[in-house]
Design a binder for this molecule. Sequence first.
Ligand SMILES: [Zn+2]
Length: 573
Amino acid sequence: MDWPRLPRFGRDTAWFYSSAAIVAVAGLIKLRQGVADYTQTETHCYQSVRTNSEVEPYVNCFSVSPTGKFSKVFQAGEGTELVKNANPGFVMPGLWDGHGHLLQYGEFLNSVDLFGSTSMNEVRSRVRNYAKENPGTGSKDEWLRGVGWDQMALGKMPTADDLAEDKELKDLYIMLDRVDVHCIWVSQAVLDLLPDSIPDVPGGEIVRDPGMGVFCDNAMDMVMALWPKPDNKKKQQFVKSAMENLNEVGLVGMHDAGVTPGNLNLYKELAGRDDWTLRVYAMIECNERNTFCPNEVEKYISPDGFLSIKSVKLFADGALGSWGSALIDPYTDRPDTSGSLLVNASELVYNTIAWANEGFQVNIHAIGDLANRYAIDAMVAALRLLCPDEPLSLCQSYHRFRIEHSQIIHPDDQARMHAVGIIPSIQPTHATSDMAYAEKRLGKERTAKEAYRMRSLLDVNPVLGSDFPVEPPNPFQGIYAAVTRRSPHTGKGTDDSPDGWYTEEALDLDQAIRGFTEGPAYGGFTKTGVIKPGAYADWIVLDAPLEKIDIEDLRSLKVRETWVAGKKVYSRD
Ligand SMILES: [Zn+2]
């Protein structure tokens, strides 16, 4: 049955699923049947429509039902009124980001942008300008936030003293996320809130040399606990500005990789409103990471498909940049460490089984090859219990467990992913950002055999995304990175080379498009990413068919229009 988009039903799942509510919805549909624009099917014709469907790959028209789904997809004949009055432009299914962070992106849009800064002076000047433009920020109640610094680009690990060198910043409360959001750099005012002597934290790092100021992974928690969290009004503003920006780059949906129960309640409240213009497939992140918290949150699929909660995010390790990802063998450039797991193997197995048993899809963050191994172990253990009499791959096709990032995977474990069908969730722009240092961390052989696989994982339905705000959300830049294995920012490979990085793992254009459409649809149990009857009527309009555009032009491609559920949510003009 098709559900119309009825905002008030977005609020309360239990109530919605009661039979009384269903009768009420049915009654409403009936009542409204007399209203012309509510029941009327709308037909849209364009110069051409790429459907992503094998049945009719290219047509020129489709109809949209009042419930916001495609009802008919067809080729109108030459000379017909429909073709004569067709809209200019070339259509393809709306794109999805398979791994991003909605609220954090909104927060990023409302904070100081440090991406690409190459010196302490540049960081200080950007922070100073931001503080000037946003009076009041930097107080004890509203810390000045920023994201995008990278100690490699700055030439040293930053400290609180580096911020204090600027007298206008000296007394401000400042917290700046590193480019991969796995570390924070804070000012002296924030440090002063912490106890004098701070013990080390398992699964985290407190950087003490060259001075205090940076906290990574689990060590971030003690600072985050002090940070005055934005209230719901602020968060609502974050969601709105994030969705506007995401629609603008051609996104119609995203997989939100870790949302706390409190924020999920806010999402439920907002998801029925007119300015919620993006489909969100949210993964639960318990208030205490890597736990089982079914009492804090319930499964929820909004009737109009704008919000789905039926998956959970667990974390196996940290990031490669900070030597935080857990490797089987030590880092090549730091033989004293193999990184660290954020959870022990048996806990990961326990949580995976517990969530899967409740019917949740389990998505585990795993970067290093040890973390990926443990993630696969946990998933296989859960599948064995869930379907004792069925092949693992069949069982996996119902549960669709995913590994978020799937960045460095031992060949033996790649074989297990293929055999079981475990879904890799990959960010092509992580490969092209990390290519500057990945080989230093991993060595040549490990990089060549294990790291940043794409093409060799094609048979297991990869989900592609950007991890925004870690990388910009523009999916065309992701497609570019997947196809060329070069940076969409520079158009170059490593060390300014014109060649791509390990291009044997590159995708072709169709495969990359699938990763941003069908991949997230399968990995998120959503009828999307395709223009065919019954699928959500989400599409984008381009100035030329994507396959006719020079690949280099994808780096700066601008979408003409974005439509979600049959409604225009972005127009360039
Ligand atoms: Zn992420």
